[in-house]
Ligand binder design. Structure first.
Ligand code: UD1
Ligand code: CA
Length: 457
């Protein structure tokens, strides 16, 4: 087997993004674009991978972790100069090196594999991944001779009027014979419109040495989008979104309006889940079979059980059981743990709390830092008063308890098993089990008093 290496170019400033954030860290469907690139390249069997990062790219290194080796390109003198930085790791090695830009996150592992195969079958020293596009503006153009062989690549800014008309572009991805690559890079100059050392110049250098140069033209032009500005970033988001949604639909998920449904790359969705329009699901979320999500629902890092229905709501970093009903307009905040067959209705907020099976909080309540048992009924407008301005305290509501409407439970406090709290109570002391607690002023009726007030002068 021929050895295979990869060099990922990620040191560019990304000036056209007009951003403080490193270009390759801009997320596409919630994942940094360079991470998409690395994941797809990695799917091809590789012997070594080097990512070229810019000065101060600690955040890139942090994000990618040990998925790749790193070399710093202190000054961004061009893509050719960037590849040269990998020499200390790859120099003198026999094998094929794929070079990929960190700003082309849509290229798939199948395309990388096909490029490697084509390159090795042809026995070429260099193979460019090319494609034909309607609008080639900004891309390097592939210049072929009369016999159709690739001669060189000319950058948009260096191209003649005639060359600008060429629709075949350099995708920025190449396979090289590793030794030939580093030899040829020594000859690249920066005598061009941008004063940069261009990697694509290696093609002409190898041609002039009568080495075999090839092109692999992919029909999947959609994959090859290079992200240089935020217009392209939005286009990439569309393509990636469609790709992810189609994968789920093919796996048996119904998505009513795929154009308005955003599912992150790390989300797992089981068969027969139904997703309504305006839904966003991201992070490491799992949606179990027959659940129904949306419309207009945002879920992040949640486990959602079977047959659970969530409408017009927001849920983060939480566990939600089977056959739960949530919403409309509920907010499930981090560290909620919700049992099976629970009901959480409109304008209910749950934070860092557990609710046991079959408990109900149907309307207008705040449940924070609470440990709620099973089969508990929490009446409309109940508040767990968990915060005294400095510290947070726990409320415990044991199984089968019934909390009347508009009650305040001043934590730390426990309502015992099976007890009732009368509506309108402010509970400051523990309620023993099997009791009724009434903590409100007694009512007095002054008969005939209303007309007295009305008749006052
Ligand atoms: C490059 C190609 C162009 C191709 C296009 C495809 C060159 C000279 N041109 O143009 O032919 O059509 O990609 O998308 O290669 N980078 C570094 N160090 C540098 C400069 C760039 O690491 O000194 C990295 C960038 O982070 C980026 C990649 O190389 O990920 C490409 O650089 P960019 O400036 O985006 O090149 P393009 O102008 O898009
Ligand atoms: Ca680019």
């Amino acid at each position: 087997m021929v050895k295979r290496y990869a060099v990922i170019l990620a040191a560019g400033q990304g000036t056209r993004m007009k951003s403080k954030l490193y270009k390759v860290l801009h997320p596409v469907m919630g994942r940094p674009m360079v991470q998409h690139v690395i994941d797809q390249v990695k799917a091809v069997q590789l012997d070594d991978m080097v990512t070229i990062v810019g000065f101060g790219a600690d955040k890139v290194v942090e994000k990618i972790g040990d998925a790749s080796k790193f070399v710093v390109q202190e000054e961004q003198l061009g893509t050719g100069h960037a590849v040269q930085q990998a020499e200390e790791i790859l120099n003198g090695k026999d094998g094929t090196t794929i070079v990929v830009c960190g700003d082309t996150p849509l290229i798939t592992d199948e395309t990388y594999q096909a490029l490697f195969n084509h390159h090795e079958k042809e026995g070429a020293k260099a193979t460019i991944l090319t494609t034909e596009v309607l609008n080639p503006t900004g891309y390097g153009r592939v210049i072929r001779n009369e016999s159709g062989e690739v001669e060189r690549i000319v950058e948009h800014k260096d191209a003649s009027v005639q060359e600008l008309r060429v629709n075949e572009i350099n995708t920025g991805t190449y396979c090289f014979d590793n030794k030939a690559l580093f030899e040829a890079l020594k000859e690249v100059s920066n005598d061009n419109a941008q004063g940069e050392y261009y990697l694509p110049d290696v093609i002409e250098i190898l041609r002039n040495k009568r080495e075999k140069v090839s092109a692999f033209l992919t029909p999947n032009f959609e994959e090859t989008l290079g992200i240089n500005d935020r217009v392209a970033l939005a286009q990439a988001e569309q393509v990636m979104k469609k790709r992810i949604n189609e994968k789920h639909m093919r796996n048996g998920v119904t998505i009513i309006d795929p154009d308005n449904t955003y599912i992150g790359p790390d989300v797992t969705i089981e068969q027969d889940v139904l997703i309504h329009p305006g839904t966003i699901i991201n992070g490491e979320s799992t949606i179990k079979t027959n659940a129904e999500i949306g419309p207009h629902t945002e879920i992040s890092n949640c486990m959602i059980g079977e047959e659970t229905v969530i409408k017009q709501s927001v849920a983060n970093d939480s566990q939600i059981g089977d056959r739960v009903k949530i919403g409309p307009f509920a907010h499930i905040r981090p560290e909620a743990s919700i049992g099976n067959e629970v009901k959480i209705g409109n304008f209910v907020e749950v934070k860092k709390s557990s609710l046991g099976d079959k408990s109900k909080v149907s309307h207008l309540s705040y449940i924070g830092d609470a440990d709620v048992g099973s089969n508990v009924n929490i009446g409309c407008g109940t508040i767990t008063v968990n915060y005294d301005g400095k510290n947070k305290f726990l409320t415990t509501i044991e199984d089968d308890a019934f909390i009347g409407c508009n009650s305040n439970l001043i934590a730390p406090v426990t309502v015992g098993k099976g007890s009732y709290v009368a509506a309108g109570s402010t509970i400051t002391k523990n309620v023993p089990e099997d009791s009724l607690s009434v903590a409100r002023a007694r009512q007095t009726n002054k008969e005939g008093y209303a007309s007295k007030i009305k008749n006052r002068k």
